[in-house]
Design a protein around this ligand. Structure first.
Ligand SMILES: Cc1ncc(COP(=O)(O)O)c(C=O)c1O
Length: 400
């Protein structure tokens, strides 16, 4: 018998080597208590959270929590079925209406996760003989959506407008084309040049899908994302998003103005063949989305936090993923995995939680300490974070 697990041996070895050095497992941290969107207890210690995607700090919002309690009391703990057959409740309709209002769009379809939204929409709309042109640094759920469908996949260099145009021009005349982009790329926190890319896509007859997972709620005047900030909402055919970041719960969605959009509810397998979100989850999501419409002050404060942390880390001598802060994600580039893990642990011991990210999730084989800010981090907390980075950076030899 061939052991089907033997293909994982190199990874098992790499993990054992890392842990043999005595470092805490960076991929298995337990939060014993979560006190607020910015503070948890980890290993018995007060820890500032700088590695969640809780950008707008909605997880403890009293209205959001109350909506969840009410739905749990009135509708029970779960739907136990698919939207199509036995799992559409008034709460699903209400959250889809909240999304239509939030984006000012005609259609909204809610999935059980953002991952499933990409899987479902991409694999369903791009079929045999169609082409998907995508940024090479696209999220795993985009690649998996491509793998699940039958379309030809054409990747292009990250954020390279000319490369996108060249790929589009090589596609046979008359073929169906879908360009897949992200507003904010989650590893380095950089933003796509959507204005130019959407224009190039449209000029070459392609439909455009933008995943705004890391920009919804924060970027753009109404928090609709990078497409809004760059003035191209009307030219984007599909926006994908998630409830697991700014919205503060779990779930995914696609919004669109396409007149035939609703047919997807019958043909999109990751929508049809899975149970729908529990009533408490859609109730929290709907309440949160409606509150995000009116959160300009929080958006402004989050920008301040992002700028303050970016400037402070640079001043300390760290190498960052972007020259200027472009989103709520600030990536600190580590020299290698060993020093990245040591620095991650030193930060945790100081009382700060960030994400250790490494290949294949990261581009160009980089090891990163990813920081994601929250609108509820105070100015004092950002100061504390910088003090902890200075101490951990010196202790691990990452800065002098
Ligand atoms: C760009 C992007 N799209 C989709 C997803 C999936 O979202 P979810 O956590 O809701 O499955 C993520 C999650 O990290 C993401 O970063």
């Amino acid at each position: 018998m061939t052991d089907l697990f033997s293909k994982f041996d190199p990874l098992i070895q790499q993990r054992e080597d890392l842990l043999a050095g005595g470092v805490t497992d960076p991929f298995n941290l337990v939060m014993e208590k979560v006190e607020s969107p910015t503070v948890a207890i980890c290993n018995g210690k007060r820890t500032i959270l700088l590695g969640t995607y809780n950008y707008m700090g909605m997880t403890f919002d009293p209205d959001v929590v109350a909506a969840g309690h009410k739905a749990l009391d009135e509708f029970g703990s779960g739907t136990t079925g698919s939207r199509v057959l036995n799992g559409t409740y008034v709460g699903h309709k209400a959250v889809e209406q909240a999304l239509k209002d939030f984006y000012a769009m005609d259609h909204a379809m809610v999935f059980s996760t953002g991952y499933q939204a990409n899987l479902g929409i991409i694999s369903t709309i791009a079929g045999k003989d169609d082409y998907i042109v995508l940024d090479i640094d696209s999220h795993a759920s985009i690649y998996d959506g491509c793998a699940m469908g039958n379309a030809q996949i054409v990747p292009f260099r990250h954020n390279d407008i000319d490369a996108l145009e060249k790929r589009l021009k090589r596609i046979p005349e008359g073929a169906g084309k879908l360009v897949v982009l992200e507003g904010v790329y989650s590893m380095l926190g950089d933003v796509a040049p959507l204005q130019e890319m959407v224009a190039v896509s449209k000029a070459n007859g392609a439909m455009v899908l933008v995943d705004e997972a890391h920009s919804m709620g924060f970027i753009g005047e109404h928090g609709r994302g990078v497409a809004e900030a760059q003035g191209v909402m009307d030219d984007v055919d599909f926006i994908i998003g998630t409830f697991s970041k700014s919205v503060g719960t779990v779930g995914g969605f696609c919004v669109s103005n396409h007149p035939k959009f609703e047919i997807l509810r019958l043909v999109c397998r990751p929508y049809v063949f899975t149970a729908s979100l529990p009533p408490s989850v859609v109730a929290t999501a709907a309440t949160s989305i409606r509150k995000l419409m009116d959160s300009a002050d929080k958006r402004a404060h989050l920008w301040e936090n992002s700028k303050r942390l970016h400037a402070g880390l640079r001043q300390l001598g760290f190498t960052l993923g972007t020259e200027e802060p472009q989103s709520a994600i600030i990536a600190v580039i580590m020299p290698d995995l060993e020093r990245g893990a040591a620095m991650w642990e030193a930060l945790l011991n100081e009382g700060l939680y960030v994400n250790l990210a490494r290949p294949p999730a990261t581009p160009a084989g980089m090891t990163l300490l990813r920081c994601s800010l929250c609108a509820l981090h105070t100015e004092e907390q950002v100061g504390e974070i910088l003090t902890m980075f200075a101490a951990a950076g010196r202790a691990s030899g990452c800065i002098s």
